[in-house]
Design a protein around this ligand. Sequence first.
Ligand SMILES: *[C@@H]1O[C@H](CO)[C@@H](O)[C@H](O)[C@H]1NC(C)=O
Ligand SMILES: *[C@@H]1O[C@H](CO)[C@@H](O)[C@H](O)[C@H]1NC(C)=O
Length: 192
Amino acid sequence: MIARQFILLWYLSQVAYTIKTNITIDDSFPDPRTGNSIIYNPPDAWNSGTFCQRGPGKCTAVLDTNRLSGGTWHECTFNPVDSSSNDHPNTPSTATVQFNGTAIYVYCALALTTSSPSGNSDMSFFIDGKPVGNFVRPAPNALGYEYNFLVYSNEVLPPNVHELSIINGRAGGSKALIIIIDRIVYSYVYWP
Ligand SMILES: *[C@@H]1O[C@H](CO)[C@@H](O)[C@H](O)[C@H]1NC(C)=O
Ligand SMILES: *[C@@H]1O[C@H](CO)[C@@H](O)[C@H](O)[C@H]1NC(C)=O
């Protein structure tokens, strides 16, 4: 009986004193807590929005940087066939990051147009090497972009270091589609 009460008190103290905090890993800036950055592969398949602001014509997307975290983005286009939009035909590109937490949220900008850029989305998400979700959406065929779009979230991760991979496109899959990564947010819990 005493043991049970003790366990209950211990449990309540743990719940009462935990603090949950969100950390943003920007597409272009490291995790302020750990210094981890998002790794993009193949590196030359990705364009950085930071660079596009300086070098016109490098990026496919033309975004309102005021509506993006850090004013930056990373984009790449998947195309099953050889084209000017991608030097790696039929090769899905990946963005990978390590984080230590219990929840993860992936925010993208989505192109609404069907061409230039093709706003078809086909993303797959892996955590610790296991497939955990997809975001598939045909381009709505409108002008402009949607910002701050949550394409994946997971709030039931065991507290630990995890690796998230985002894969854009699938081999043999649908034609030219763009991914525009703005930021990844994760939550971690601590006992002050
Ligand atoms: C963390 O961010 C997510 C998504 O942006 C939000 O739903 C959640 O409430 C935030 N949690 C905290 C502790 O701020
Ligand atoms: C992960 O974060 C927790 C706090 O939530 C901390 O206690 C732990 O040491 C961290 N682990 C690593 C490997 O950094």
